[in-house]
Design a protein around this ligand. Structure first.
Ligand code: IMP
Ligand code: MG
Length: 428
């Protein structure tokens, strides 16, 4: 992805999250100088398998596993300072050197204990199937212009005012939904006082740092979390997360100009999964869903919830390609399909006598559509050791070629296993 003319690259999920962005970012970070997360928070779970050791990263960019790569958390992220340090300590315990190469935007908003309390207690969060990490409530405070930012930790008096005001607000809400649980401003402030001396040295003007890096010719990777169909504007609203997961969010969420982005890599699974509630037109029935879930180990990296499984939906991915401006696609987990005798791809939605090939804005339609499937032959051979496209079994190659045609975007990488080295296309 990085060439002389491609220096700033965005990696986005082009389905409902968990496409394998962590692995792609890890692999591409080998050639990057900077990796920057631009949205989301500790709701993300990016799994990276190094063979002898595996990591699940929630807030720290997946580039951290490469020595010498600088990592930053952009202003578009909502940062949970407590779990950030748990994550840093875990990495250090596993021998990853974090010191001096992790930066946090001073403009990033903080996820505080009352955000998590609201997310856990509210029936609205429950009905959306959120991760319970306080993401929605933290973004609500941000948009309502009462949020607490990293830079507020520098001013104890302002911090006290903000936290007190927000705690009152949170408690009024908690009372209104009939729970007896309450947020505690004093406890929150005590916790922040403890964390501030560790967090503030990491705080910087990340937008300016990345701007300078780009000007000096650095290779910069902007790492998205969740997926395009969970984008607050373009996803299956209201069954979405609260941030701009698509490539536009990479500019606003880091503070660089959209015109500096040279390429956008969309990551998709060779099938589809979703955690939480909301439409999934190609959802499989058991026992097929069960089979894919166990073959692909489809359980949430953050919450452990079983993921819902479905066939590849070309309508969804072509839509994601359009709204992200994808220049390239990485197909992951092709190997999960190795044992299937036939594989379906959705090419349209049948509804009220018509076939729809564009993803609808009104998701109520999706509950009633019947996916139109094209059935393809399975290859029934292991692909985990394949490293070149031409060495794939013919049926697997035909499957990848057909996906590429349907999504109208070049497939540049195919991942055939969880390990770093199990990828096709890296040297092209
Ligand atoms: P929230 O982001 O915790 O508010 O959850 C909103 C929706 O996004 C729920 O359906 C979650 O399951 C989903 N979601 C949030 N983060 C991820 C992720 O990293 N992968 C997949 N789904 C996610
Ligand atoms: Mg994940």
């Amino acid at each position: 992805m990085f060439t002389n003319s491609h220096r700033t690259v965005v990696v986005v999920g082009a389905q409902w999250g968990d496409e394998g962005k962590g692995k792609l970012v890890d692999v591409l970070a080998e050639r990057a100088d900077w990796v920057v997360r631009y949205q989301g928070g500790a709701n993300a779970g990016h799994t990276v398998d190094l063979g002898d050791v595996g990591f699940v990263l929630h807030q720290i960019p997946s580039g951290i596993l490469h020595k010498g790569v600088r990592c930053a958390i952009g202003n578009g992220v909502v940062l949970d300072p407590e779990t950030l340090f748990t994550e840093i300590d875990g990495l250090v315990a596993d021998g990853v050197d974090v010191e001096g190469r992790l930066y946090v935007s001073e403009r990033a908003h903080l996820v505080l204990s009352y955000h998590k309390l609201i997310d856990a207690e509210s029936s609205h969060s429950l009905s959306l199937g959120t991760t319970g990490r306080g993401i929605g409530p933290a973004y609500e405070d941000k948009i309502a212009r009462r949020g607490v930012r990293v830079l507020d930790l520098r001013d104890p008096e302002r911090l006290r005012d903000l936290v007190t005001r927000n705690t009152d607000h949170a408690n009024a809400y908690l009372a209104s939904i009939g729970t007896s649980k309450r947020a505690d401003a004093v406890a929150t402030l005590e916790q922040l006082e403890k964390l501030a001396p560790r967090l503030l040295p990491l705080a910087d003007d990340v937008g300016l740092m990345i701007h300078r890096a780009i000007k000096s010719g650095a290779a910069v990777l902007l790492e998205g979390a969740q997926g395009s169909l969970l984008d607050v504007d373009h996803g299956t609203y209201p069954f979405v997360t609260s941030s701009s997961t698509t490539s536009g969010g990479a500019a606003t969420g880091t503070g660089i100009a959209p015109t500096t982005i040279d390429a956008v890599l969309g990551v998709v699974k060779a099938y589809t999964t979703r955690v939480g509630t909301g439409p999934l037109p190609t959802e499989m029935d058991d026992p097929m869903a069960e089979r894919i879930r166990s073959l692909g180990n489809e359980f949430g990296a953050t919450t452990g919830r079983p993921r819902r499984c479905g066939w590849f939906d070309a309508i969804v991915v072509r839509y994601a390609s359009r709204i992200n401006g994808l220049t390239d696609v990485a197909v992951t987990k092709l190997d999960v399909l190795d044992t299937l005798d036939r594989i379906a791809v959705c090419t349209g939605y049948e509804y009220a006598g018509d076939v729809h090939t564009e993803f609808p804005s009104d998701i109520s339609m999706l509950d009633r559509v019947v996916p139109r499937y094209e059935w393809m032959e399975g290859w029934q051979q292991p692909t985990g050791d394949v490293r070149r496209l031409e060495d794939l079994p013919a049926a697997a190659r035909a499957y990848v070629d057909r996906l590429q045609e349907l999504i109208e975007t070049r497939i540049t990488y195919v991942s055939v296993g969880t390990r770093r080295d199990q990828i096709i296309g890296l040297d092209d």
